[in-house]
Design a protein around this ligand. Structure first.
Ligand code: ZN
Length: 311
């Protein structure tokens, strides 16, 4: 079994107790802030449910445990919304499969990563299975935005909300894994798996440089087109998210006096030039621009320059 992150162990022990006492609900919704580890948690719980000895699951030695560990269990079905929408035909295929008896062991598990990525038809197709679950079948749904799920799905699921770890724990845990100090990224995200993904995709440096670049631009040491030229084509969405996070941090600082000291100078630079209403306007305009760039073929660099020129 892959080692479970320390902030997930209490929730895991809860799930394990449900399983060992035969009280596991047939549909579990695992929620929590983005990147806290929903998918990793769901995978561990799936192994728990597939074990042929519920009273000591996961035993680690039965055939189901061994096959699950090798990631080849035929009764472990996955619908994955982590890379985009979950389509209705994929849901129908899975629902048809779980109507049959388990091929190994005694149970079947359907894990739906990022269940909010199901469109209405896909959600309706899974809803039917949640309402009349096939025997010995468990559904584990994960999400970071449960409000995006249909209320009828929510009401069919038992809910397990994962806690967010303390930022100090996040820094140490990420550093242990990828030998990268991310303490200067906590203004952008405090969630460990989101930070790991950023480092894996090598996009963290773009965010690490952003406060300084914005500072240089605000001080007049960098032109707007030079600032926009720092944004790589495949990092536009992330860069805009970073800029939005800095604006939100400045608004928060102004309202509460609380700040992340790593970005204090850029927050002060923003607040000495703009009032909170301006920052809120920039934020809403940037959100609109991000949405537009997602659905149109406008030139992003020109759009970003146009946006920043209006600040
Ligand atoms: Zn087992």
């Amino acid at each position: 079994m892959t080692e479970l992150a320390p902030w997930l162990t209490d929730a895991y022990q809860q799930a394990q107790a449900w399983r060992r006492q035969s009280r596991f609900h047939h549909a579990l919704l695992v929620s929590g802030i983005n990147g806290v580890g929903q998918s990793e948690f769901a995978q561990q719980v799936a192994q728990l449910l597939l074990c042929e000895h519920p009273d000591k699951a996961p035993c680690g030695t039965c055939h189901s445990c061994q096959v699950a560990k090798a990631d080849t269990h035929p009764d472990w079905l996955v619908l994955d919304g982590r890379e985009g929408g979950i389509r209705v035909d994929a849901v129908r295929q899975v629902v048809a499969k779980v109507a049959n008896k388990p091929q190994l062991g005694f149970s079947k598990v359907v894990v739906i990563h990022e269940a909010h990525e199901m469109n209405v038809n896909a959600a309706n197709a899974i809803l039917k299975a949640l309402e009349e679950p096939p025997s010995s079948t468990y559904f584990i749904l994960t999400t970071h935005t449960s409000r995006a799920l249909m209320p009828t799905i929510l009401s069919r699921c038992q809910r397990l909300m994962l806690p967010a770890p303390d930022p100090g724990i996040v820094v140490g845990w990420v550093n242990d894994r990828v030998k990268t100090d991310i303490s200067d990224l906590l203004w952008f995200s405090k969630t460990p798996y989101q930070l790991l993904r950023l480092i894996d995709s090598k996009q963290h440096e773009l965010l690490q440089a952003l406060p300084d670049h914005l500072m240089q631009w605000l001080d007049g040491n960098m032109r707007t087109d030079e600032l926009a030229a720092k944004v790589p084509k495949d990092g536009i969405g992330l860069w805009l998210d970073g800029l939005l996070a800095l604006l939100a941090a400045a608004i928060h600082y102004s309202a509460t006096g609380q700040k992340n000291s790593q970005i204090e100078s850029v927050l002060n630079a923003l607040l000495s030039r703009y009032d909170v209403y301006c920052l809120m306007n920039f934020s809403s305009s940037l959100t609109g621009l991000k949405r537009q760039l997602d659905i149109t073929h406008l030139n992003p660099t020109i759009q970003i320059v146009g946006e920043l020129n209006s600040w």
